[in-house]
Structure formats: C-alpha cells, structure tokens
Write a protein that binds this ligand. Structure first.
Ligand code: OGA
Ligand code: MN
Length: 274
C-alpha cells in the first residue's frame, strides 16, 4: 500500500491496496492519513455492496441518509446517480454533507461504478488550510462564533431539488433539521482548527444581524473558494473518494450532460461538535 499527498491543502491518494483484505495495521495507517489530510482517494477497488458496507463499518456505525434513494436491497447505501437526460446533479454546489444534523456524519464514502467518458470530477477544499490562510484579524473576528445550519431549502417540499434530480431525492416531508455548530471547529480527532460553515447548508451566524452575517459568510466562502485550498479528483471506475465532512468541502462538477454517472455512497456516523 502506498499513501501520498493529493495536494497541499487536502487529501491523500491511496494505491496498491485491496480494501477487502486490509490488515488492522493497514487500516490504522489509512485512518491516520484520513484525519490528517481530510480526504482519501483510494484507487482501483472492486467492491460488492457487502464489501463497501464492511469497510464503512470499520470506521463507525452507518448513518443512513434520509433523502437519497437507496440501492435496492441495501438501505445503508445511497444512490448518487445522474442519468443522461437529467440536468441537475447531486452535490453540484460547494457543501459538506449533513452539517444540518445535531451530530453530523463523520464521513461519506463514495464508490464509483460508472463514470462519464469525460468530466464528472469532484472538487475538494481543505478547511484547516483555509483557516490557516485567514488573516489574524479575521481569525480574531470569527473566534467563538456559532452558525445555524439547515436543510429545508435543499431537501424540503418547496425546494424543487427532487424534481430537478429526476425524483432521486425523496422523503421531503421529513426535511427541516437544523443545528448550531461552531464556525471554527477544533477537529474532534486531531484538534486542528478548521472552518465549519458551507454554502450548501449554513443559514446564518447566530446572534448577528442578517446583513452582517451574510457579508461575513460570503467573505469566508470567497476565501475558501481560492484554488490553493483545493484538490480536483478525476475518477476512474472502481475508485473510492471518502471525505471528512468536518474538515472539507466538496463539489460535484456537472459538465457531462447526456452521459450517465453512478456512484454508491455510504455515510458513517460522527460525534457531537463543540
Ligand atoms: C455526495 C456528493 C459528489 C459527487 O455524494 O455527497 O456530493 O462527486 N457527491 O458525486
Ligand atoms: Mn455531498
């Protein structure tokens, strides 16, 4: 097994390993590379749904997503699918998964089954690198702030997201979860400070006037959107990308109209954040 840095800001590439047969020592190495880098790109796997589930369960219990259509026979696995005639994809904005939950998911483990002939890359951003790159003034300004996150505007009845994604997002009546989390998070495993707000699900900064909150979030987002904090992953079939939802953002590029892209996703449980 070889593990190498994906970019300065986020991620590590894992090669020459078969996740079906890893030892406890190899898993420990994978685990520490994951928390240190925020995301792993594990190349060239051949996993049945059972193998994907078994790998996920080495990390934590599975956190079943309320909204995505599951793979038939495997309620633990969500379909992340775009059909050739579907225009809007899943995850096509900068976001992190499940920040609207009281106890947000630790990681999403995405396994590529079908990749379009070109395009369909996923962008990642590293929240610790982005935090480190802030001015001292900004660090002082956001110290101790909290933000409110929610999902009704994405997964709720009114959002239109379900229709746009070809009915692949369901259960809209159970949307509406909200949670308050720190804007600067000391990572629960490493203690490294990172930004924990995202354009997908963060609604506002708590106890701040709306206009000021909107301006501050925009300023942070523009900072994080700078390419020095990113890595662009180009998929091959059989690859896994798994990311830490507490220390990264991701963005599924939607530049392959007319082609099919199909992934299986398992989300694993995290811990309460403070
Ligand atoms: C997700 C997601 C990214 C992709 O599954 O949470 O945002 O590249 N997917 O499909
Ligand atoms: Mn996502």
């Amino acid at each position: 097994m070889q593990i190498s840095k994906a970019s300065d800001a986020v991620g590590a590439i894992v090669e020459d390993v078969d996740l079906k047969t890893i030892s406890d020592d190899q898993f420990a190495e994978i685990r520490s590379a994951f928390f240190d880098s925020g995301a792993l790109f594990i190349k060239n796997q051949n996993l049945a749904p059972e193998d994907h589930i078994a790998f996920a369960e080495r990390w934590s219990d599975i956190d079943i997503n309320r909204f995505f259509t599951p793979v038939e026979g495997y309620p633990q696995i969500a379909q992340v699918l775009k059909e050739p005639d579907q225009e809007v994809n899943i995850g096509g904005v900068w976001h992190t998964d499940h920040s609207y939950d009281q106890v947000p998911a630790m990681s999403s483990i995405l396994y590529a089954l079908e990749i379009p002939p070109t395009g369909g890359d996923t962008l990642f951003a590293g929240m610790a690198a982005a935090y480190d790159g802030l001015s001292d003034e900004m660090k002082a300004r956001i110290d101790g702030l909290k933000a409110r996150h929610g999902n009704a505007h994405v997964f709720g009845q009114q959002s239109g997201y379900s229709e746009q994604t070809g009915g692949r997002v369901g259960n809209q009546q159970s949307a509406g979860q909200e949670a308050i989390h720190p804007v600067v998070l000391a990572h629960p495993e490493t203690g490294a400070k990172g930004l924990y707000v995202n354009p997908g699900f963060t609604l506002n900064i708590v106890d701040m006037a709306e206009e000021e909150s909107t301006t501050l979030l925009k300023q942070l987002y523009e900072h994080i959107m700078q390419p020095q904090f990113h890595f662009r992953f180009q998929w091959r079939e059989g690859d896994i990308a798994m990311w830490d939802n507490r220390s990264t953002w991701h963005y599924a590029l939607n530049d392959y109209q007319g082609h099919r892209r199909y992934m299986h996703r398992i989300t694993v449980q995290g811990v309460a954040l403070h």
